[in-house]
Ligand binder design. Structure first.
Ligand SMILES: [Zn+2]
Length: 96
């Protein structure tokens, strides 16, 4: 599968979850542009920051914010939970 199709499939699989869980569109979009098959090699500084922002008290939350939001979270300007709105489904979330 080429890059474009990988992204398309990954988006179709994950976008509905992101929306149902109330994640912001910008974060869903960036997440969907990075299917696991394309995450090879060393993570970029932004990727590392996004992963760090996804963890709450050392626990991975499952929600990976976009670059912009990850920066705001890691610099303490924003709380990850304040990004999550209109949850339609209940799944275990460390700070829910
Ligand atoms: Zn975002």
């Amino acid at each position: 599968m080429n890059k474009e199709n990988l992204i398309k499939v990954w988006t179709l699989e994950n976008e509905p979850f992101g929306k149902a869980l109330g994640y912001p569109d910008c974060c869903i979009k960036e997440f969907c542009e990075q299917p696991p098959q394309l995450m090879k090699g060393n993570p970029t500084k932004d990727d590392k920051r996004r992963y760090k922002a996804a963890c709450v008290n050392g626990v991975f939350s499952g929600f990976i914010p976009c670059k912009k939001h990850a920066k705001e979270i890691t610099t303490g300007k924003l709380k990850i939970e304040s990004l999550i709105k209109n949850r339609e489904v209940e799944i275990p979330f460390p700070f829910a």
